[in-house]
Structure formats: C-alpha cells, structure tokens
Design a protein around this ligand. Structure first.
Ligand code: PEP
Length: 252
C-alpha cells in the first residue's frame, strides 16, 4: 500500500553513542506510532543495528540495513545475510545505493540476487536507482532509469511488489548539495510510475511508494514532497541532524 515514507541513511557515520543520541532525540519528537499512512525509517551501520532495533521497539521509528549479501551463509568474509538481519529484528534493507554501485562494484546481476534473497526472507526493500550527471546532460536519464528497473526488478511477479519501495536518487544530487528541482523530481517519478504501470498494472503502480533522494533537507523538503508522485524521501546528510530530519518528517 502506498505510504509516505521518510528514511534516513546514516551511511558510515555515528558510533554507538552518537547513534543512541540521535535516535533518542528523534524519539522525543515522535514517541508513538504515526498514522498508518506515514512511516519513519532509519538505517544505521551494521554494528549499531541491534541496539537501535531495541531502542525503537514499539515506537514510530523502523530500522533498515544499508546493504546485505545475497547468500544465506557461507565463506563471505565481512558480509551479512538476510537471515542474520531478520534474526535481530531488521525487516527492511536498502539495496542498490549508488555508493554501493560505484564504490563496491555492485552490478544489476548481484542486485537481482540480493532482491531475491530479501524477498525470500520476507524483507522489505528500499531499491535505489538513478542516473549520472552525464546521462541527464545527454537527455538519456529516462532510458537509464528504465534500464535499471528492468534489469533488477521487472522480472518480479506482482505479489513481490508489496515488499518494494522505490528510491529515485539522481547520482548528481547525492551528497552534492545540488537537488533535483521539484519539477525534475515529479517528472521522473511520474515516468517511473508510468513504466511500472505499463509492465504490471495501474493499480500496482499506484500502490508503490516512490521516494526521492539527493540533498533533501528541511529547507527544500516541503516543495519536493508536495508533488503528487513523490511519496517521501531517502535522506543522507540531513538525516544525521535530529532537527533537520525532524523537520523533513514534519513536511511529509
Ligand atoms: C543518499 O545517500 O541516499 C542521499 C540521498 O544522500 P544526501 O541526502 O546526503 O544527498
């Protein structure tokens, strides 16, 4: 079911103490469950997942992992599996973030396997995708986005989409301070909904939450989130500051 979602990706920031401080500040603002149409998610580093899961139990805040391996277990030094995440109460995973794609060579083929593993383990997926600056400059951004979705998600059956949240993140806007304009975001989100509708159905496309990510902050959140096809945000830098993240959530 389509919901408004604000998700904070803490990336490789915040040690345990800083993570607890941040989450406790957020919980002061959002102590109890929100109405059913809205969700707040945070994604701490792997080592801080369990303490944050414990602190946020029965609160408005849900916890996601930033990545996972596609295998259930085995000789994959340094990796974490879906079953391990589920075992500590993490039911959501971010997959396909541009930093994973560009710095850790994550390919569409690997993402297909990760998506499959997350679905098998009944996890929700925040699936990230988006074009590079050169794609946008050359006018190829719609093709790139369609290709990324086709390669990693369009093999799924309809029922799997209940576990998918899309996060359109133009790479040129991530961590750069440069944000897509509300018009650019709406145009791309409407396109995404249209291609999901063409592949599956209008009903399914209407049900999918599509988040925008890329330098969203308190000062631009309202404008971005007021677009009819922008259902929320995936936030990096601004998610590390309680007052900023709180203001973004309140704009939702
Ligand atoms: C992100 O990394 O997903 C992101 C959107 O980062 P930032 O908000 O810092 O651009």
């Amino acid at each position: 079911m389509r919901k408004n979602i604000v998700a904070g990706n803490w990336k490789m920031n915040n040690d345990l103490e800083a993570s607890k401080l941040l989450i406790n500040n957020l919980l002061q603002e959002f102590p109890s469950k929100l109405d059913a149409s809205k969700r707040i998610i945070v994604a701490p580093t792997f080592v801080n997942l369990y303490p944050i899961v414990e602190i946020t139990q029965n609160t408005a805040i849900e916890v996601a992992a930033q990545n996972m391996h596609f295998a259930q277990s085995g000789a994959f030094t340094g990796e974490i599996s879906a079953t391990m995440l589920k075992g500590i109460g993490v039911n959501i995973v971010i997959l396909g973030h541009s930093e994973r794609r560009s710095m850790f060579n994550e390919t569409d083929e690997m993402l297909v396997k990760k998506v499959e593993s997350a679905l098998q383990n009944k996890m929700e997926i925040i699936f990230c995708f988006g074009e590079m600056l050169e794609d946008r400059k050359s006018g190829n951004h719609f093709n790139v986005v369609e290709q990324q979705l086709t390669n990693a998600l369009f093999q799924l059956n309809e029922s799997a989409w209940k576990q998918i949240i899309l996060a359109y993140e133009p790479v040129w806007a991530i961590g750069t301070g440069e944000t897509a304009s509300p018009e650019q975001a709406q145009e791309m989100h409407a396109f995404i909904r249209q291609i999901v509708s063409k592949k599956y159905s209008q009903e399914l496309a209407n049900d999918v939450s599509i988040l925008y990510g890329g330098s969203m902050k308190a000062s631009n959140a309202k404008e971005l989130l007021s677009n009819s096809d922008v259902d929320g945000g995936l936030i990096g830098g601004a998610a590390l500051i309680a007052a900023e993240f709180t203001a973004i959530i309140k704009s939702m």
